[in-house]
Design a binder for this molecule. Structure first.
Ligand SMILES: [Mn+2]
Length: 286
């Protein structure tokens, strides 16, 4: 095992041989309420050294798979469009090289830039989105690009009704009306996921996990906590169910580590990151 604390435990493949590329995006320019997600990716990596690389749930370890941790991208503070181009460029390279990108945020807007090259490669791309929030505003304080508008922007680059939203319990009425017409929204929890899996079998899927889908009682380390969320176990079971799908990219966003001084939120983010990597790893080795 490498002693380099700047990579996630067990993700020790070089770039060339890797099937999955993990990378951090320390970006929180458009955070609407309490900022701090720019510290998320490194907190998750650091936490991984308190975590086993073996998962008893999946009976596999991270080093069984070729996963490369590319470190954090350098996003210029205050420059949203500049940061988005840097993210898009990196995601594009990973996708072009035939690897699966997995991003650690950062705030949720980063997902838009991550998805652009993937949606270009797979015109029938489906997006599975776990979140407390709709993220479907057309603009937020006149800004088109914000973590409050990210799924609306993504809806413009994937086919209509190809976004599947779960756990949603907060948003404006107009956003829920938009969802009714243009996305598949499952409110409040992750029920209904199993039924959807059959429908998406074989279709390329991008998985975007806003960690605030979790209840603040288990995940308080985030900028806009929303009571009434799912338990860690429910989220974990859902991630295990996603193993059946053809996941071609993923992100884990919105950890703001310093709002939870117990460290439990960072531990939850870190553990679910491992489980997602292993769930996708099973696919690349098939
Ligand atoms: Mn959210």
């Amino acid at each position: 095992m490498s002693n380099n604390m700047n990579s996630f435990i067990g993700c020790e493949s070089n770039y060339k041989n890797a099937g999955i590329v993990l990378y951090g995006i320390p970006f929180d320019n458009t955070t609407s309420f309490r900022p701090g997600t720019r510290f998320g990716s490194n907190a998750i990596r650091n936490e991984s050294y308190g975590l086993e690389e073996y998962s008893v749930y999946q009976d596999s370890r991270l080093s069984d798979y070729a996963i490369h941790d590319a470190g954090d991208l350098e996003c210029p503070f205050g420059d949203t469009s500049g940061s988005l181009s840097i993210i898009e460029k990196f995601s594009k390279k990973v996708v072009k090289d035939g690897k699966i990108p997995v991003a650690l945020g950062g705030e949720h807007l980063v997902s838009y830039a991550c998805i652009i090259p993937i949606a270009q490669k797979y015109p029938d791309l489906a997006v599975i989105h776990f979140d407390a929030h709709t993220d479907l505003r057309d603009d937020y304080l006149k800004q088109k690009f914000s973590h409050a508008t990210v799924m609306r922007r993504i809806s413009e680059i994937v086919k209509d009704k190809n976004i599947y939203q779960f756990g949603i319990r907060s948003g404006e009425k107009e956003e829920f009306d938009f969802a009714e017409a243009h996305t598949n929204m499952h409110k409040y929890d992750l029920e209904g996921l199993r039924g959807m899996l059959k429908k998406l079998k074989g279709i390329p899927v991008y998985f975007s996990l806003d960690l605030d889908v979790l209840d603040p009682s288990v995940f308080s380390g985030t900028g806009t906590p929303e009571p009434g969320g799912v338990s860690f176990k429910e989220l974990h079971n859902a991630v295990l169910a996603l193993k059946e799908l053809n996941i071609v990219g993923a992100d884990i966003v919105e950890l703001s580590p310093h709002y939870d001084i117990s460290g439990a939120s960072t531990a939850a983010a870190c553990k679910i990151t491992r489980e997602i990597l292993l769930a996708i790893g099973g696919n690349i080795n098939e």
